[in-house]
Design a protein around this ligand. Structure first.
Ligand code: BTN
Length: 194
């Protein structure tokens, strides 16, 4: 009896770790699959989409944990951030705010989805999470260029937002898709999580 309980709790811990690791890996892929496209100082990536899915599918805590693991792997030197960057230097990079924001993005998506378990609720969760990602990341980017990083000629707050306007339609569409896909997939994935 005790052995089978221990075995099943080990099994569920392993599955949890696998899911967290899987979303950290998806973030690395999403960071680089399209990041050869750059607008101003902003690489075009799929990270926001995977951060939202992590929150919706794994729940707020595990989703945020997957984003923390992703950030730590990158800071440790593995080139998992956009344009295959990584290492402690990225702490001061203008786009590191986005990497921090993925933790809040996943948490918010998971939290709102849990409070509003409907298709509309999941889409709303994904859109709010995208807004958090954009507001936090863009303000960090502005501060970085203003205070500690070499800024492009004539850089302004409006310019930072103009750069962000380019990936925005893609991120809104992907947020809606993440909400719909998450709604379909969540009951399946949750069977394997504690
Ligand atoms: O350096 C990194 O790894 C982070 C890159 C952040 C890119 C941001 S995320 C939101 C927005 N959508 C994109 O496609 N690019 C930016």
């Amino acid at each position: 009896m005790t052995t089978s309980v221990t075995r099943s709790s080990n099994h569920s811990r392993t599955l949890t770790l696998v899911h967290v690791a899987m979303f950290s890996a998806l973030m690395a892929i999403g960071a680089n699959i399209s990041a050869f496209l750059v607008v101003g100082g902003v690489p075009i990536t799929l990270q926001t989409f995977f951060a939202i899915l992590a929150g919706i599918l794994l729940g707020k805590r595990l989703g945020a944990a997957a984003m923390i693991v992703y950030a730590l792997i990158g800071l440790a030197g593995v080139p998992v951030f956009a344009q295959f960057s990584g290492g402690m230097d990225t702490l001061i990079s203008p786009t590191f705010g986005f990497i921090i924001s993925y933790v809040f993005t996943a948490y918010a998506a998971g939290w709102i989805a849990s409070k509003m378990p409907s298709k509309k609720g999941f889409i709303l969760a994904a859109l709010v999470a995208t807004a958090i990602n954009y507001v936090f990341g863009t303000n960090w980017m502005y501060a970085a260029y203003k205070f500690w990083f070499a800024a492009p000629e004539g850089f302004t707050y409006a310019m930072a937002w103009a750069w962000m306007a380019v990936p925005l339609p893609k991120d809104i569409l992907l947020a809606v898709f993440a909400g719909l896909f998450g709604f379909r997939m969540q009951p399946i994935i949750r069977k394997y999580l504690p």
